[in-house]
Design a protein around this ligand. Structure first.
Ligand code: URP
Ligand code: ZN
Ligand code: ZN
Length: 459
């Protein structure tokens, strides 16, 4: 039996059209007019937008720090699909002294059979050596053509020489490396100084990670990538200073792909200021890079609008405020880094992007789904509504209005970064490879049906 979605407005990066979509099995079989046949299941999408399922290219599920974890793959991907995201790409982290294979085995242990969305991994490289270099090729054979390197965090960051070599290897293999751009060596100095001075509150997380240190490592990355002559991807861009660096390099022809996240568009550093009774509340926003000023919010929106920022992901990395973040009650350096967001990305970008006339529906589909699919080797299987593609489809009623409340969310974490924000839109239906997972805004799948996605980057 086929499913036919009728009367909706299909959105692609090229425009909006009113046509039927016929789904047979896991795939989109036909797009056109008058596609309904006897025995078809008909979904009337009158008044709704029909879009390709979201792809969140930056999540950290089951991200354990010192034995604590909030969202695992099951709860995290359930929240993702409730929020219109049908594929996630998570970071499998190499432990220094360990191998990429061990990291992959560990992440498979965490994820296989537990995901409501389809999924893949990027491999984080924290130990650059001959073995890692060989293993990059093995990972590509496993369908993992994307990697991540940190300029920050003592236990993860690599030096410039290693980054240069890793990029040369990536070029040879046709792989893409994403970079966390903050100068970790200087951040560690600033943190030490802050603690010595008795500056221990969450606000010092932001003060010790200034935008100049994002700008500096972006500039360094651009220099190294230029020497190697290979494209790079910058994860979670947060600041105007960083953006300006990228903008100039891009305009000079540098091959840089850029991601930002809703928190860097919608929140700002005021959130670290002590409020009322609870001077620790800023801990909810302890993530790296930290929140910046409103000028940065504005400039990043501009980057999305003009196409200089290609992707909006979440960097979902959830820890509870009570019982987890508060490990750092007396010392901000102990607060687990990271914040939730996978559930709200699509609605927030619609509400504060499209409805506030910052971006078009077409651009929304590009940054939420099509671009991450293209960049990370999922396209045209995913990221687009076209004949032959996976039937990963969301039916989005744009008129539904709610207020974000942690107590009502699916994410398994005790707060929401956007508490009290208005959001428009409801995912009336979400299909994953033709299977209806969400109906009338409720999850109806009794078990996780997500499949691992073998990816290949076409250069
Ligand atoms: O604070 C964050 N972002 N935690 C997750 C790890 C990372 O840097 O992406
Ligand atoms: Zn990062
Ligand atoms: Zn991250």
């Amino acid at each position: 039996m086929a499913v036919v979605i009728t009367n909706g407005k299909i959105v692609s990066s090229k425009g909006i059209s009113q046509k039927d979509i016929r789904i047979v099995g896991e795939k989109i079989d036909k797009i056109g007019l008058n596609l309904i046949r006897p025995n078809d299941e008909i979904i009337d999408a009158e008044g709704s937008y029909i879009m390709p399922g979201g792809i969140d290219a930056h999540t950290h599920f089951d991200c354990e720090i010192g034995g604590i974890v909030a969202d695992d793959f099951k709860t995290g991907t359930k929240a993702a699909i409730m929020g219109g995201t049908t594929t996630i790409i998570d970071f499998a982290e190499q432990v220094r002294g360990g191998t990429l294979r061990e990291a992959l085995d560990e992440w498979n242990e965490k994820a296989v059979g537990k995901t409501y969305t389809d999924y893949g991994y990027h491999m984080t490289i924290s130990d650059w050596n001959e073995k890692t270099s060989q293993e990059m090729e093995e990972m590509i054979k496993e369908g993992i053509p994307s990697f991540k390197i940190f300029f920050a965090y003592e236990e993860l960051q690599l030096d410039d020489g290693s980054i240069y070599e890793a990029l040369k290897r990536a070029k040879e293999l046709g792989a893409l490396i994403g970079f966390h751009c903050e100068n970790g060596t200087l951040i560690d100095k600033l943190r030490e100084e802050a603690i010595l001075k008795g500056n221990r509150e969450p606000i010092y997380h932001m003060e010790t990670r200034p935008p100049s240190l994002e700008k500096e490592s972006i500039a360094r990355l651009i220099t190294i990538a230029e020497l190697v002559d290979t494209p790079v991807y910058i994860v979670h861009l947060s600041s105007k200073e960083g953006y300006d660096e990228i903008k100039n390099a891009k305009r000079g022809g540098a091959k840089i792909l850029v991601e930002t996240c809703p928190q860097y568009l919608l929140l700002n550093k005021e959130y670290y200021l002590p409020k009322g009774e609870d001077s620790f509340e800023g801990a909810k926003y302890v993530m790296s890079p930290p929140l910046r000023d409103m000028e940065s919010n504005k400039v990043l929106w501009k980057g999305i609008r003009n196409g200089e920022i290609e992707v909006v992901a979440t960097d979902h990395c959830a820890f509870n405020y009570r019982g987890q973040k508060d490990i750092g009650k007396d010392n901000f350096t102990m607060i687990p880094n990271g914040a939730p967001g996978v559930e709200n990305r699509f609605n927030l970008m619609y509400t504060y992007g499209v409805k506030e006339n910052r971006i078009s529906m077409e651009r929304l589909v590009k940054i939420i789904s099509e671009n991450p699919a293209k960049i990370f080797g999922l396209y045209p299987k995913k990221g687009v509504i076209q004949i032959g593609s996976d039937a990963d489809i969301v039916i989005f009623n744009p008129n539904h209005k709610t207020t974000i409340k942690a107590e009502e969310q699916t994410q398994n974490v005790d707060y929401n970064l956007y508490e009290g924000f208005t959001q428009f839109g409801k995912f009336e239906y979400v299909f994953l490879r033709g299977q209806m997972i969400v109906r009338d805004g409720e999850i109806i799948s009794s078990k996780p049906l997500g499949k691992y996605q073998y990816r290949r980057i076409h250069s």
